[in-house]
Design a binder for this molecule. Sequence first.
Ligand SMILES: [Zn+2]
Ligand SMILES: [Zn+2]
Length: 351
Amino acid sequence: MPRARMSEFRRDPITGRWRVVAEGRSARPDEYRATSSYRSADAEDCPFCEGREGRTPPEIAAVRPNGSVADAPGWTVRSIPNRFPTVDGVGTEGATAGSGMFQRAAGAGLHEVIVTSPAHAPGLPHFTSSHLRELFRFFRVRVRDLAARPSIRSVLLFENAGPESGGTLLHPHVQLVATETIPFRLIEELEGFRRIADSGPSDCGLESVVAAEARAAERIVANDERFAVLAPFASEHPYEIWIIPHRHASTFAAASGGEVERLAELLPAVLRALDRVRPGASYNWYIHGLEPPPGTGSGFHWHVEIAPRLLRVDGYELGAGTPVNPVPPERATAELRAQLEKERSSAPQKR
Ligand SMILES: [Zn+2]
Ligand SMILES: [Zn+2]
């Protein structure tokens, strides 16, 4: 059995699903409990603000346009280890221990925070387009770096935004959790993609879904040469949106320069549209991708999912395992598409 550590994977003997027990996470500060604004008074204690680099662990990487030294001011994007990791350590004791009823695995993996702006001010939807391009290129650099570690099978890049998102710090940031095990959600999607591909017109299950959605034309929010933006047919969350590249690749690490730049426009635009439809809505977004061993195709197709957090889960949903979504995805599509078109047709702002 692994020694006691910050976090541990445990497999539910009934469902076979993995859970993480991470006691250290309970020590996290929670700013949202105290405030929900970016007033300067709230920023006095923020460890992510420029000038307080000494209050975080040493940086992993940063964008420093004027060549300033590490762990000093002068950065525009900065990545650091998470002080309260969900997973920690790679390749030490990643093997599953225990058998039969009680299987555990060390919470092996890497948990990184990318501070997306030096300023204590609203985040992604409000950044300039040049900063967004730089930021999304940095995202790809970090995903590539983590995905290149031999034992890593999955790198999940995600953002928690707003008090209902599970996030605890206001200062704009995203996180990366890289694991040696493939998360259940991704295994479920991979199996689904393969099942659809077996009977569908395309070798890729997700591309078959996009083609069917394009024909149905009821849930397509936007569609250009690089990405389809759609509200899934059986959306779990109100205003749930997927952003799917047309070009097949299993991981965001393999996204082209053009795809990264277009995503840097599209994702913030969808988040602004969401904020106009549901002002102040908390949300999470995450990039789903798999890191196949070199030379093998996994059948996975990377994409971004946006999950607005407008509801609390009720007893039926928990008891039945069936989410209830009060906003039909067709309505979500119409409302979000109208907002996106409004922004596009208004005079192009100098961003
Ligand atoms: Zn701050
Ligand atoms: Zn594909």
